[in-house]
Design a protein around this ligand. Structure first.
Ligand code: KG4
Ligand code: ZN
Length: 342
């Protein structure tokens, strides 16, 4: 759809520690993408402090919305619908976005579209690849989720595998903390690992009997903690870069074969990755190699769209809108909700 028939959606994202407002046309073209990360503030505490997150969201959400309009060169009346992340996430943080989006939709007299955060992460791929359409297999690896999802259609999903304990991003953040890299640590581990030599630490890879697509990262996390503590107690020097690289290898050994297997089992010839961990350079490189040898087409969003942002919510919001998935005025936020909710 082009010209006057195009659909412009403004989306609000506030599920964790990024306040984000974006305007996207027809689910694919970013007109503006305003983001304010609170990560530096939470870094002081070694992780996200929910109450601080909510308070920062409420402070800056209106100004970011003004910025999204002015960056796009649009007026309020140019908008066709208001999308908002309503689940899953930190409840107080979500409520700020939901309350604000509700008021905006009410004031503009436009439909309100509730968007599932993980569906949004998957939709980041639509922004980067205009030709990408379902069905495809998707690996979502973020701070809170590690999922293998069969994307059957824009709003139809089936979970084929998930973590039994920690999410991949959570394990990255914990490992980064142990290595003294601060929060959030995924990108810092990635950078440190790139400087490693050939030496590797022996770290475990978990397999779950009878559930070959499920994952577990808690044993890996504990192994890294134990290694670091032992080194501290015995006064041995820890090769931090090598440990970071060993950790990245172990995460890749868990994620890569599973997403390839999931695609093969479901008969999909396309794989997409999504979520903050999708920014990991080791994961990208390994997946590129494996997908090529398995003759599977691989899609991953640019780094700027891997982490939380409003554009991905607007992109998914467009497809929810096309299917009539709008909310009534009693929309509430949900801390947890499966991606295949009905
Ligand atoms: O998707 P996201 O921005 O937020 C959630 O919805 O959770 O993901 C954040 C997670 C954090 O755990 C962060 O450490 C991780 O993504 N992350 C990375 C990288 N960049 C961000 N993990 C590994 N390698 C990276 N380059
Ligand atoms: Zn996220």
């Amino acid at each position: 759809m082009k010209g006057k028939f195009s659909v412009k959606i403004i989306a609000i994202e506030s599920s964790c520690d990024e306040t984000a407002v974006s305007i996207v046309e027809d689910g694919r073209k970013i007109l503006s993408n305003a983001i304010l990360s609170q990560a530096d503030m939470h870094a002081l505490y070694g992780g996200v402090v929910p109450e601080i997150a909510s308070r920062k969201h409420i402070e800056c959400i209106a100004a970011l919305t003004e910025k999204a309009f002015s960056d796009a060169g649009l007026k309020k009346e140019d908008i066709d619908a208001v999308a908002v992340t309503f689940a899953p996430g930190l409840i107080g943080a979500l409520l700020v976005g939901v309350g604000f989006a509700k008021s905006l939709a009410f004031a503009l007299g436009k439909p309100l579209i509730p968007v599932h955060h993980i569906r949004g992460h998957i939709a980041a791929n639509y922004l980067a690849f205009p030709e990408l359409e379902p069905p495809f297999m998707c690996l979502v690896a973020s701070g809170g989720h590690s999922l293998l999802i069969d994307v059957k259609d824009y709003t139809e999903f089936e979970i084929l595998g998930s973590t039994r304990d920690d999410a991949a991003g959570e394990a990255f953040d914990k490992c980064a903390r142990v290595l003294g890299l601060g929060y959030p640590g995924g990108a810092k581990i990635d950078e440190l690992a790139k400087t490693a030599g050939k030496e590797r630490y022996k770290l475990p890879r978990a397999h779950i009997d009878g559930a070959e697509l499920d994952m577990s990262f808690s044993g890996l996390k504990t192994a890294v903690i134990n290694l670091a503590h032992r080194a501290e107690q015995t006064g041995q020097e820890l090769d931090r870069a090598s440990l970071a690289a060993s950790f990245c290898d172990a995460v890749c050994d868990t994620l890569v074969p599973r997403i390839i297997k999931a695609a093969q089992l479901a008969g999909r010839n396309k794989i997409a990755i999504a979520g903050g961990v999708a920014a990991n350079s080791f994961l990208r490189e390994r997946l590129q190699k494996e997908a090529k040898s398995s003759k599977i087409e691989l899609f991953f969003p640019p780094l700027s769209l891997c982490g939380d942002n409003g554009a991905m919510i607007a992109a998914q919001g467009y497809y929810e809108y096309l299917r009539g998935n709008t909310a009534k005025s009693d929309l509430n936020a949900r801390a947890t909700l499966p991606i295949d909710f009905k």
